[in-house]
Design a protein around this ligand. Structure first.
Ligand code: ZN
Length: 175
């Protein structure tokens, strides 16, 4: 395998240029070269680093964003994503741990998502009825409010008219 010191990716033995960044400085990989293990979200990469540390595997975490390293696993990485790097000599063990961690993290997130959805599903018929009732009451209240405003302004206009009419015609009270 040939190693690119610029972007930490591995290339074929025959590669003269890095397939990821195009650098010509590819060379034969050494056991202690830090290679790009995986690009993952902030949370996922944290879990992977924890698992690697538990397995006593040295690792580094770097932002994959603007100045980061493009990953061969995930070409459309987010700017907040993190690259996890491990020495070449432990890459197989590290890959296994990273895959297991990612699988576990995905399952956890799926469970959390389900847990959030379940209560909503259980209460659906009752809460829908309540929602419908609430919106009907809201509409009725709005109609009543509009009617009140219309009646009130009508009543005020009447008073004003009487006052003005009374002022112009001293005997208006006679009507
Ligand atoms: Zn490269």
């Amino acid at each position: 395998m040939r190693y690119c010191p610029k972007c930490k990716n591995l290339n074929d033995d025959t590669a003269l240029r890095c397939s990821q960044c195009g650098s010509r400085r590819v060379r034969v990989v050494r056991p202690d070269d830090f290679i790009l293990l995986v690009t993952a979200t902030e949370y996922e990469s944290e879990q992977i680093v924890k698992a690697l540390e538990q397995a006593k595997i040295p690792c580094k975490k770097q932002p994959a964003g603007v100045d980061g390293i493009p990953s061969m696993y995930n070409s459309d990485a987010l700017y907040s994503d993190q690259n996890v790097l491990v020495p070449y000599r432990v890459r197989e063990e590290a890959e296994k741990i990273a895959q297991e961690t990612q699988k576990r993290t995905a399952e956890q997130l799926e469970e959390m998502r389900k847990a959030q959805e379940t209560p909503a599903e259980e209460t659906t018929p009752a809460s829908r009825r309540r929602q419908f009732f609430t919106s009907v009451v809201a509409v009725l209240l709005f109609i009543v409010l509009v009617a009140c405003v219309v009646f009130a302004s009508d009543w005020l206009a009447g008073i004003l008219r009487d006052i003005l009419y009374g002022a112009c015609h001293p005997f208006a009270w006679w009507r």
